[in-house]
Design a protein around this ligand. Sequence first.
Ligand code: ADP
Length: 202
Amino acid sequence: MSLRIGLTGGIGSGKSTVAGLFASYGASVLDMDAICHELLAPGGPCVAAVQAALGDRLPVCKGAPDRGALRALIFQDAECRKQLEAILHPAAYASLEQRLQQQTTTSYYVLVIPLLVETGAQERVDRVLVVDCPRELQLQRVMQREGLDRALVERIWAAQLRPEQRLARADDCITNTGSLAQLEARVQQLHQRYLQMSRVTA
Ligand code: ADP
């Protein structure tokens, strides 16, 4: 079976950027966020269940939950977040495993799973790679990327695992405090390592 790297980290730590670099070097990347988007897109398999669970607390736009409103709701109300996750996570993991069955890779898989440690998904992967970055830098990057207000980004940060708890589960770590060129060099180094490991396990 091909090597599976579980890539995780807090919001704005740099997961998508790192995943893009791995993909550019030839790794096969699957992203749980993208899968969740599909599950909640108009006509998606989780739309009806989420609407039934959250009712009129959830504004619907063009047949699907409004993403901004959904995010604001779940980071205001922990109970709503739990209800959403109870529907979404099992469906998203099932879809991820199905995609893995259907695909072959000539190198290794990078599975981007933001809540990897929170959902106990370590057993689904061979190695856990954590992207880490100081809180303030994370907040700044997210506010810049999405134009979200600071209070919401702080609530999202607070709802996630503390960085040291995530790091305690890491086999490998990327400290993303430098330039993009430095990040690229670190990802290239890990890519070589994972290629080598894939050859050993093949
Ligand atoms: P995540 O997927 O973990 O939420 P992203 O990869 O989207 O994080 O990164 C958050 C933002 O920070 C993006 O706009 C990205 O371009 C930027 N970014 C990430 N790493 C760096 C870096 N080393 N230097 C400058 N900007 C960065």
